[in-house]
Design a protein around this ligand. Structure first.
Ligand code: CA
Ligand code: CA
Length: 149
């Protein structure tokens, strides 16, 4: 009995580790990397690609809740870049990779996006309970990568 229990424990642990690459967290159907280094948007984009992923695309209310829930527990009060910008057309936000898909589900904070001082990149801000805000792409922020597992 003990051996069976031990065996299932080992298998379960190994299975969980195998489902997402190192440093990625599994939430719902994707693996996410909550990077704690701060870089500008272009740097965040490159980092995710280098890690075999892309900046996160939040495509549903459910996914938004999963990520927000994680950040409220582990976000450490920081602001995180997510994968959308309005660099192609001011005021129209799209998920950059791979094909500038128009943002469908939206979770902007009240009064955002306000483009205050040329804000063209999307972020989740701790003081807004991680609702979305547009920020200047040159800002050095933490960021979230996503990949399928
Ligand atoms: Ca996603
Ligand atoms: Ca803003």
């Amino acid at each position: 009995m003990f051996a069976v229990l031990l065996f299932s424990l080992v298998v379960f642990t190994a299975g969980a580790a195998a489902s997402c690459p190192r440093r990625f967290v599994k939430l719902g159907r994707s693996c996410y990397l909550f990077a704690s280094t701060t870089v500008d948007f272009a740097g965040a984009n490159s980092f995710c690609q280098f890690s075999g992923s892309r900046l996160v695309i939040i495509s549903s209310r459910h996914e938004d809740h999963l990520i927000r829930g994680y950040l409220l527990r582990h976000g450490k009060g920081a602001t995180y870049y997510i994968g959308g910008t309005d660099l192609r057309e001011e005021g129209t936000f799209t998920w950059e990779v791979p094909h500038w898909k128009t943002v469908g589900h939206k979770a902007w904070d009240h009064g955002e996006p306000n483009n205050k001082g040329r804000e063209r990149c999307m972020s989740m801000r701790a003081s807004f309970h991680y609702r979305w805000n547009d920020v200047p792409c040159s800002k050095r922020l933490r960021f979230i990568c996503e990949r399928a597992h």
